[in-house]
Design a protein around this ligand. Structure first.
Ligand SMILES: [Zn+2]
Length: 96
């Protein structure tokens, strides 16, 4: 038995934290896991909102006639082709 690194109570449970054996009791381990789950959920929500903002911007660009004129010069065609690739990557085409 060792002393839980968090609350100091006796425990036989040991975790590998930073490559060292660290005693953490079941109760503290549960609390930490629950806290991490909440953080992960909030990070997921933040990333979803960020992705939506990026996709909204791409949708706006897709409707912008100033960008999708008939390309005459090579640089114009090149720019539009690269923009299409960027849009495809953001829209997740080819990623299932
Ligand atoms: Zn503890």
């Amino acid at each position: 038995m060792s002393e839980c690194k968090v609350c100091g109570s006796e425990t036989g449970v040991v975790f590998n934290i930073g490559f060292s054996k660290t005693p953490v009791c079941d109760s503290c381990a549960y609390t930490i896991a629950a806290q991490q789950a909440v953080c992960a959920e909030s990070e997921r929500d933040r990333l979803k909102a960020e992705l939506k903002a990026i996709r909204d911007m791409v949708d706006k660009q897709a409707e912008d006639e100033g960008l999708w004129f008939d390309a005459v010069t090579c640089p114009e065609a090149y720019l539009q082709r690269e923009l299409r690739k960027l849009h495809a990557a953001i829209e997740g085409e080819g990623n299932g």
